[in-house]
Design a protein around this ligand. Structure first.
Ligand code: N7H
Length: 464
């Protein structure tokens, strides 16, 4: 039996997410493989900020012990992943990973993912990213932590790679946690990043009843539970596939849609302003399966009763004709828990490590008044898994985009996932058969990367 991969060897974003107030995503193109390997070896030296799972744990332990009145501790870590072309550019063979989606790349998958298309082969992604993709995206560097440190750390890393002629930087995205009361929430206003799988041998917080319990090989290539454990090349062991997607959110339109719908669903009864807010919040929460505070509808279906984090993930689904949490709610679609045989839920689990990007919609300012998105904002979505087909692809195509999923009781099918379900930009039905006139989330960029273990980065991806 393979020994457990030590936490000092695994890149930190994969299991427990790099601690982040701010995160820079730098996509790069390798110009000179030998120079790149030399520069990367330098970046892997102690003190240069490569963050392992062990480093993340230390920072989190310090956070929890610190005097709450003091400033947040300054830190910054970086992690790195390679695309199929990047792996080949360094003299390894991406085909040895035996991952069909990684070998295709995300651009080629966009149509099957349901993305709106500009023509038969090209998704309606942003020009800047499509241009970078045509030049060749070989990898991504994530720099995460406290904003000031991230800015400085990013500049040092860019200098080490660009200044030496090893690589050029072809695409950049900055994510920032939302300010003030919206911290821990995403742009629609709902709390995010609550539910992650419980990883045997790694997760240190107590297991919550109902939380999906997985073997490490669902996330880590070559670890116990990886379905292709025996056929992975040595340079891949301890790594993970990272799905990166820039998902634009249409916030004023989403909120207006909820208000309009709530008024319509009231059956002609005139609602006062407070009732409108309450009705639209209920409907929005039914779309997510959680209230804005994160409380699951399965536990509190009628009102938002904030719960401690230690209990917020502790539930399974009842399979009734009139369920407490709609079958088509985002969290029931993407983690159906006991709604399907548990081995299937386990197999398709992912760790999500995204961060919002763009400014919040300000109340009573232009976008809020016009109920129209004028600025680019959304989620820099990041997910880790050992087999892309089992994780992200299953969740997006077979679950979110499949109106009959999950198995349900009652006459109305679950519908498309109202948050991320896609039908090439065409109208589709969400929960309760409600027609969704617009995609409130639209993909703008994306690629698949492989984030190797830290020893593999030293031995196979870099040299002195
Ligand atoms: Fe989703 N959101 O911030 O509004 N997501 N998600 N997601 N998502 C979840 O449980 C959101 C996206 C999953 O274990 C919550 O942490 C937004 C994609 C999974 O019970 C909220 C976008 C995929 C879960 C959001 C987006 C997933 C989950 C509830 C796009 C996969 C855990 C908080 C802009 C293909 C479910 C929480 C569980 C939860 C939001 C995208 C997957 C609020 C805005 C593309 C597995």
């Amino acid at each position: 039996m393979a020994a457990q991969i030590p936490i000092t060897d695994i890149q930190g974003d994969i299991l427990d997410r790099l601690p982040k107030d701010c995160e820079h995503f730098h996509c790069f193109h390798i110009k000179d493989a030998e120079k790149f390997k030399g520069a990367l070896r330098g970046l892997l030296a102690p003190g240069k900020g490569m963050g392992s799972v062990a480093d993340v744990k230390d920072v989190r332990d310090q956070f929890s012990k610190r005097d709450k009145s003091s400033e947040r501790q300054e830190h910054s870590f970086f992690n790195i992943g390679f695309s199929k072309d990047g792996i080949d550019a360094l003299g390894l063979k991406h085909k040895d990973l035996h991952d069909e989606h990684f070998s295709k790349g995300q651009l080629a998958d966009a149509k099957a993912l349901g993305d709106p298309m500009a023509d038969k082969d090209t998704p309606r992604w942003e020009d800047e990213f499509l241009k970078a993709a045509s030049e060749g995206i070989h990898g991504i560097i994530l720099v995460a932590g406290n904003k000031q440190n991230v800015t400085q750390h990013s500049a040092e890393i860019r200098e080490a790679l660009e200044g030496t002629g090893a690589a050029s930087f072809v695409y950049f995205l900055e994510g920032d946690v939302l300010p003030g009361k919206l911290r821990k929430h995403e742009h629609f206003g709902w709390r995010d990043g609550i539910s992650q799988p419980f990883v045997e041998g790694y997760t240190t917080e107590p297991h919550q009843e109902g939380q999906t319990r997985i073997q490490p090989g669902v996330l880590l290539v070559g670890a116990k539970g990886d379905p292709f454990q025996s056929s992975r090349p040595p340079w891949a062991v301890g790594g993970s596939f990272m799905v990166f997607r820039k998902l634009r959110q249409f916030v004023p339109e989403f909120h207006q849609f909820l208000v309009d719908k709530a008024i319509k669903e009231s059956g002609g009864v005139i609602l006062g302003p407070d009732e409108q807010v309450a009705a639209s919040k209920l409907l929005g929460s039914q779309f997510f399966g959680r209230w804005e505070s994160g409380t699951p509808l399965e536990i509190h279906p009628a009102q938002d009763v904030p719960m401690p984090d230690s209990q917020i993930n502790s539930f399974t689904y009842t399979k009734d004709n009139t369920p407490r949490c709609p079958y088509g709610a985002h969290i029931r679609k993407t983690n159906p828990r006991n709604n399907i045989p548990i081995n299937l839920t386990v197999k398709s689990s992912i760790v999500r490590a995204g961060i919002p990007y763009g400014e919040v919609v300000e109340k009573d300012k232009e976008e809020d008044n016009q109920k129209k998105t004028l600025k680019d904002r959304g989620l820099a979505f990041v997910a880790y898994q050992s087999v892309i087909k089992h994780g992200f692809i299953e969740q997006q195509i077979a679950w979110a985009n499949e109106p009959e999923f999950p198995p349900h009781r009652g006459k109305t099918p679950p519908g498309f996932d109202a948050i991320i379900g896609q039908n090439h930009g065409q109208e589709r039905q969400g929960i309760f058969g409600i027609p969704l006139p617009k995609d409130f989330v639209q993909p703008r960029a994306g690629e698949y990367f492989f984030a190797p273990s830290i020893p593999a980065l030293r031995k196979f991806f870099s040299k002195a």
